[in-house]
Design a protein around this ligand. Sequence first.
Ligand code: ATP
Ligand code: MG
Length: 331
Amino acid sequence: MTRVFSGIKPTGHLTLGNYLGAVRRWVEVDQYGTDALFCVVDLHALTVDHDPARVRRLTRQAATLLLASGLDPELCTLFVQSHVDEHARLSYVLECVATDGEMRRMIQYKEKAALERGRGGSVRLSLLTYPVLMAADILAYGTHEVPVGDDQTQHVELARDLAVRFNQRYGQAFVVPRATHPKVGARIMNLQEPTSKMGKTDDVGPGIVYLLDEPDVVRKKVMRAVTDSGRDVVYDREERPGVANLLEILAACEGGNPEDLSGAYESYGALKKDAAEAVVELLRPVQERHKALCADPAYVEGVLRLGAEKARGMARPRVDAAYRAIGLLSS
Ligand code: ATP
Ligand code: MG
């Protein structure tokens, strides 16, 4: 059976980008007919300046929102990364296979390190080694497919490289995974800065739609989205990134194709109005279920406890085998 693994960081409130680029596919496609694990990757949230209480709160909130989005614990395994020691155990071994040059070439490292330095902070070593821990997250489970947004392609490539290198040097231990992306919505852009990805830790708040935004807040953000000069509605990501992003959002919400949709609009205003309503309708059931789940925190905790137990059982034999293969004595 195909093994699927993916994760989300509790670094901020979940966004429309997270939902359209990753979570919705997990819910609608990946949890069916596969052996899927989904993880709130809290260790990754410690790689940048963080408030401990906030990370704990966001971890619980992310798990609750994943359930509210429709992940079904009967169909998949949902857990918190730090509850399963195997991730950190394997990460160290993979650090002995990866090189520092490989880490420094990672686009996300360069971007996030520049951001930290720009804010006057220092760069944590864990930000540099983050992709190795992510490779461990994936490889520990013998993962075949990693459903992610566009921005994670390079990290999944690294996981592939490390798997191949380890297998060649020390014997077959890991499955070589591949990234999968949704056809539409793999890179949702910030509404105020349509040349930058919408990210939950961005500074440009009004350009980010959060899953828990009230309908009127969603409407306001979408109606105020930066559009391009020119007036006709065409789908051109290079020349007209603002309009292309709105078309992409509308198409992703309605299951259509952004290029086809562009012909249906004569003004930016009409497009914004439809995109805003489509997002409001998309989020409505998620928000309703989230409210209900917040009233039952014991249920969410139970799901995570069981998920961690299952995940531990799946990861341990492979990580133990990798320890032996690389030269460590069994205990
Ligand atoms: P951060 O700014 O902390 O990196 P993020 O919003 O990028 O936050 P992640 O936890 O890094 O969120 O990513 C979770 C998943 O959401 C990944 O699969 C990632 O590719 C996807 N994703 C993130 N942002 C977008 C986006 N704007 N469009 C599509 N997919 C996205
Ligand atoms: Mg990210």
